[in-house]
Design a protein around this ligand. Structure first.
Ligand code: BJW
Length: 261
């Protein structure tokens, strides 16, 4: 272990080394070291100047589509400038080492795929896509990856099929998560030997219930977060209290030490 290496309890390293099935849940904290603010940091978080219900609900979009579209446009630009960090890279590497691996993410930034993760389940959609906001539109189920961006402050672009405004292809409060994604996440959580919960405040359901589901199924749960606030505790739950970009590479090195010589 180097002087700056993050200390990993042997029980956590051994559980990961011996696991045939690993499921990971990530939240905004895993992208913090890529320069993307989390949601609930009181000073710098994405909601520092607004209340969530002013931006991340269907009602907010109906009330002020230009405001909501502009907030997502700002975040898309931030994501486009960001790059995956050492935490994303370590998870892509973990996928290559574990036979049955699923990465469930609440994040909408696409950074896991850009880091090389393939088995990714997006619970809350992706801000790089948009779709028609009119539920009855024939095109509403077909997300777009390109559109003509309006001038800053203008209303969202129009759906070519029905003329309604486009909206980000994300899941807002009060909306159902994509059923296939949620079912895949629950299946992977029930069958895993190790469940990693990384960089999430655990306040948003149904994602917040996944670590409990894993623990009830007998999995070892590893929580990676600089803060223990709001995190699950229990006999098979280990807390690795540090930033994902430091903890995850150290966890992989502890689980699979490089041969000496
Ligand atoms: C680091 C770090 C570093 C910092 N390294 N870590 C009970 C049961 C079921 C539902 C509910 C329920 N009670 C209430 C509900 C409803 C609601 C809900 O959960 N509300 C709570 C606030 C109470 N849930 C919903 O509405 C969901 N839908 C639903 O339940 O539908 C039911 C339904 C069924 C059928 C028909 C209709 C409806 C939908 C939830 C959608 C959430 N959407 C958002 C926005 C997505 C789009 C966007 O990005 O704008 O998702 S909200 C926001 O929160 C976003 C995130 O994915 C989500 C979670 O946040 P996250 O990732 O945890 O971020 P933070 O900022 O909170 O935490 C960051 C963490 O990182 C912190 O812990 C830091 O310490 C840590 N950190 N640096 C590691 N370097």
């Amino acid at each position: 272990m180097t002087a700056t290496e993050f200390p990993i309890p042997e029980a956590a390293a051994a559980a990961l080394r011996e696991a045939a099935a690993v499921t990971v849940l990530t939240g905004a904290g895993v992208s913090a070291e890529s320069g993307i603010p989390t949601f609930r940091d009181a000073l710098t978080g994405l909601w520092a100047h607004y209340r969530p219900e002013e931006l991340a609900t269907p009602e907010a979009f109906a009330r002020d589509p230009a405001l909501v579209w502009g907030w997502y446009r700002m975040r898309r630009e931030l994501v486009a400038r960001a790059a995956p960090n050492a935490g994303h890279d370590a998870l892509a590497e973990l996928e290559r080492r574990v036979p049955d691996f699923t990465l469930v993410t609440q994040n909408v930034d696409g950074l896991h795929r850009r880091a090389g993760s393939a088995r990714v389940v997006e619970l809350h959609g992706n801000i790089l896509r948009a779709r028609c906001s009119h539920p009855g539109c024939a095109a509403a189920g077909t997300p777009l990856e390109r559109w003509d961006e309006p001038a800053a402050g203008d209303a969202p672009p129009r759906c070519a099929a029905c003329g309604a405004g486009l909206r980000p292809d994300v899941v807002w409060f009060g909306e159902a998560l994509p059923a296939d994604a949620l079912a895949a996440a629950a299946r992977a959580t029930r069958r895993c030997d190790v469940f990693l919960s990384i960089g999430t405040s655990n306040v948003v359901e149904p994602a917040a219930s996944l670590p409990w589901l894993a623990a009830r199924g007998g999995a070892t749960v590893l929580v990676v977060n600089p803060s223990a606030a709001g995190q699950q505790t229990g006999p098979r739950i280990h807390h690795l209290l540090g930033p994902a970009g430091r903890v995850l590479p150290a966890l992989l090195r502890a689980a699979w030490p490089a041969p000496v010589g």
